[in-house]
Design a protein around this ligand. Structure first.
Ligand SMILES: Cc1cc2nc3c(=O)[nH]c(=O)nc-3n(C[C@H](O)[C@H](O)[C@H](O)COP(=O)(O)OP(=O)(O)OC[C@H]3O[C@@H](n4cnc5c(N)ncnc54)[C@H](O)[C@@H]3O)c2cc1C
Length: 432
């Protein structure tokens, strides 16, 4: 009976989310909860951890999330804000779930629950720079369309009709109407807020420094100032999964990869779509650069540039932002000016307007790349009641919402959605 009332109260809270979101209440502004015992403890307040917390709390589970900084203080707050994918396709696989499924969750948060996440289904234009690339992508687009994905090949004239600032002298563009964009910080904070409203406890400023299994089952988790105990533990620490795994005697093959970005001053709306380029994907289709210690699809290897990657958009505040480099430099996240300059020239080949706009600010963040390039989402079999949701690499902002929901559904029901077979931690997480 008590449980029934508890669940009814939670449902009322969820129904009231829109009002709270409209009032712009953020995590920490709701009534603080205390208590160091919980059913499920999540470490990491990026998009992966915040979405997992929301989807578990919504199902009535007791959830505590520990974040050492603020919500969205790492990659989830520093990214470009692009949402990927080309729809569900005829036979939805993990990629379709993570991309198209996450877009559905963004729609729910923005439209149904009332959070202002600056979400819109802008579509993406990806520039094709050479005739050789055009030929390759002609076949690729035809194959994708046969598989039911939403993608078109446009002439540069057709592209200019929907994106007037795009370069009309390029051979063509790929257009993916199902792709979108959203503000990284607002979106991640919205998930954490929704989790709190649904009953989760969100503790920021808690740096986890050690963990140990309890003899009676479950885990003890120590931060610099407190000890917490839980039945189940979820690792959502992004690029820091390696060091977090070591605290449990595990080797989690996720490495930090620096991504960097730059922004112009604010100007009136000029760039309407999310913008990309095929230079990198074409190069990676020939050689993705992976080896035992290097994940696939980086722009640099052993200090040398291998290719140029590009993504960007105009934010609602008017800034035009671009980025693209992916470099393995440990935990160094200082932006590199020469890389930013290469990226700016690349952007100007697609949107010539940016060549004349000064760079107003730069920043960088660390992306969680798994060594085999696939996400790591699910149960870690070498320990009891231990889960991970990570390895989302360069696309985790757009894929994190569904990654968190798939992880939450698995934890709540004990049944793994078959699409998670591709991301099974059993393939790569080992004892140290
Ligand atoms: C420059 C750049 C551009 C990008 N552009 C895009 C894009 O356009 N679209 C897209 O989809 N993706 C993009 N990404 C990738 C995306 O940002 C990441 O894949 C995603 O944010 C990863 O989310 P996460 O929750 O796994 O990790 P994070 O956001 O890094 O969250 C992990 C959290 O764990 C916390 N943590 C770590 N260790 C501890 C500890 N010991 N105790 C407590 N807390 C801890 C950290 O403080 C952090 O907040 C970009 C990334 C960068 C850097």
């Amino acid at each position: 009976m008590a449980d029934k009332k508890h669940n009814t109260d939670r449902r009322r809270l969820i129904a009231g989310l829109g009002t709270l979101a409209a009032a712009n209440a953020l995590p920490g502004q709701l009534t603080a909860q205390t208590g160091n015992e919980t059913d499920i403890l999540i470490i990491g307040g990026g998009i992966a951890g915040s979405s997992t917390a929301f989807h578990l709390a919504e199902q009535g589970r007791d959830v505590l999330l520990l974040e050492r900084g603020e919500i969205a203080s790492e990659a989830s707050g520093q990214n470009m804000g692009g949402l990927g994918g080309s729809g569900w396709g005829n036979n939805p696989n993990l990629l379709s779930y993570l991309t198209a499924g996450s877009v559905e969750i963004f729609k729910r948060m923005q439209i149904d629950l009332g959070y202002d996440m600056e979400f819109r289904l802008s579509g993406t234009l990806t520039a094709i720079h050479t005739d050789e690339q055009y030929e390759y992508y002609q076949d690729d687009v035809a194959a994708q369309r046969n598989n039911g994905y939403q993608i078109e090949l446009l002439s540069s004239r057709e592209a200019r009709a929907i994106e007037p600032e795009s370069n009309g002298s390029l051979p063509g563009y790929m257009y993916r109407p199902e792709r979108g964009q959203a503000d990284p910080v607002k979106s991640t904070q919205a998930f954490a807020h929704a989790a709190q409203v649904a009953g989760a406890t969100i503790n920021t400023g808690h740096n986890v420094v050690s963990m140990s299994p309890l003899s009676a089952g479950g885990y003890s988790v120590q931060t610099e100032s407190a000890e917490f105990r839980c039945q189940s533990l979820v690792l959502a620490t992004g690029a820091w999964c390696g060091p977090i795994g070591e605290m449990l005697g595990l080797k989690i093959p996720i490495v930090p990869i620096r991504g960097q970005m730059w922004a112009t001053e604010s100007l009136p709306a000029r760039v309407l779509h999310t913008i990309g380029s095929t230079v990198s994907s074409y190069a990676w289709s020939k050689d993705n650069g992976a080896d035992e210690v290097t994940p696939p699809n980086l722009t640099h290897k052993n200090g040398r540039r291998m290719t140029r990657h590009l993504y960007g958009r105009q934010r609602m505040n008017g800034e035009i932002i671009f980025g693209g480099d992916r470099e393995s430099l440990g935990y160094d996240k200082t932006p590199n000016r020469s890389g930013i300059e290469v990226n700016r020239q690349h952007a100007a080949e697609v949107i010539p307007l940016v060549a004349s706009l000064p760079i107003a600010r730069t920043w960088a963040g660390l992306m969680p790349f798994s060594l085999d390039g696939s996400p790591i989402i699910g149960k870690i079999p070498v320990r009891d009641n231990l889960f991970i949701v990570s390895g989302l690499a360069s696309s985790g902002f757009g894929r994190g919402p569904m990654a968190g929901k798939l992880a939450a559904d698995y934890i709540h029901s004990s049944n793994m959605n078959p699409v998670l077979g591709e991301s099974d931690p059993a393939r790569c997480v080992t004892e140290t």
